[in-house]
Design a protein around this ligand. Structure first.
Ligand SMILES: C[S@@+](CC[C@H](N)C(=O)[O-])C[C@H]1O[C@@H](n2cnc3c(N)ncnc32)[C@H](O)[C@@H]1O
Length: 242
């Protein structure tokens, strides 16, 4: 492992981030379920419930990883004509593709090796876009948010699911202890230690909820709904492109 990756407290270079996710891709789904006690499934389902009905629409899931959100979106909204899942990690996309093949829906999805910072979609072409547990890993988050604003149609829906640092209450302290002390240890038992130590560090250097709100508004989004999970440690933000 490179020195840069071992010392990474926040994303500094896309190729380092992609290589890290390539290495953990085989264990990614299993550890997600274990570390969140399957709560991640519930959070993603709530995201799916916020997708608008749009016959012939274009759906884009960025930082799609192993494709859970995109595949669930397709199942819930088969009326969309196009489903694009993008990621910078070929390893993660490989597992996403396997799932689509096993579900018999690979002809309906398109996987792209593509960064959130440079979305190869026409301006105002997408009806609904999502990024779940991905924005925190993007090197230039402001550029990524500008890209989402560019590719979404006016009135298009943008869904963000992400971890944040909870700031108040006893439970937030308990969660912080789990996130910083317990989670990296469990992660290291089944996967790569550095990747699961990086997770809490990347959250610590991410936007606060109000910073994310401000940034979205600056890019031309209106915030329609926010749902807190785990005492604010995880949030779902629904916004709409004006
Ligand atoms: C924690 S995983 C989340 C995967 C999936 N969305 C989920 O909900 O399980 C983060 C993903 O973001 C991807 N990623 C990181 N930086 C990215 C970027 N700049 N553009 C696109 N994907 C990126 C990683 O390769 C990884 O697959």
């Amino acid at each position: 492992m490179s020195k840069q990756s071992m010392q990474m407290t926040r994303p500094v270079d896309e190729s380092v981030v992609a290589a890290m996710f390539d290495r953990i891709s085989a264990r990614y789904d299993f550890l997600n379920r274990l570390l969140s006690a399957r709560q991640d499934v519930r959070w993603r389902n709530l995201l799916i419930s916020m997708i608008p009905t749009k016959k012939g629409g274009r759906y884009l899931d960025v930082a799609t990883g192993t494709g859970d959100v995109l595949l669930a979106a397709l199942k819930a909204h088969p009326e969309y004509s196009t489903f694009i899942g993008s990621d910078i990690s070929k390893g993660m996309l490989g597992f996403a593709d396997k799932k689509a093949v096993m579900a018999g829906i690979s002809d309906r999805v398109e996987w792209r090796v593509m960064s959130a910072e440079s979305i190869s979609e026409k301006t105002e072409s997408v009806d609904c876009a999502s990024i779940s547990f991905g924005l925190r890993n993007v090197v230039n988050k402001e550029r990524a948010l500008s890209e989402f604003a560019r590719v979404l149609k006016p009135g298009g829906v943008f869904l963000i699911l992400e971890f944040f640092t909870p700031t108040t209450g006893l439970m937030s302290k308990a969660f912080q202890f789990y996130f910083h002390q317990i989670l990296p240890k469990i992660g290291s038992l089944f996967s790569e230690k550095e990747a699961y130590s990086y997770l809490p560090k990347s959250v610590a250097s991410f936007y606060s909820p109000s910073e994310l709100r401000d940034s979205l508004r600056n890019k031309g989004f209106v915030i329609e709904k926010e749902i807190n999970f785990l005492f604010g440690a995880c949030r779902l933000v629904k916004s709409r492109r004006t």
